[in-house]
Write a protein that binds this ligand. Sequence first.
Ligand code: FES
Length: 110
Amino acid sequence: MTTFVRACALSELEEDTPKRVELDGTPVSLVHTEGEVFAIHDICSHANVSLSEGEVEDCQIECWLHGSAFDLRTGKPSGLPATRPVPVYPVKIEGGSVLVDVHASLTQES
Ligand code: FES
């Protein structure tokens, strides 16, 4: 069973500008980049910082506080100080809406 919920309209997402939404109580950062939409947990794995306030580049979102960047496909940090991945979630586009399943993490641990 999947539990996709509507996050927003696709037209609400600006390219490379993260949008924070809350889905079933989970803060999620939506990112439209490189022709795809990604959903990543909005809290950095290093400290309690909102990733949606960071910059997007090369399919990564950068934490504005200490600069770890997380891969939007896998959730893995590319460098210190963060060492743990951030959950990333499956996304579907249907009828102009962005749907996210926050109960199914795609994060790769290693
Ligand atoms: S809080 Fe994100 S890298 Fe430190």
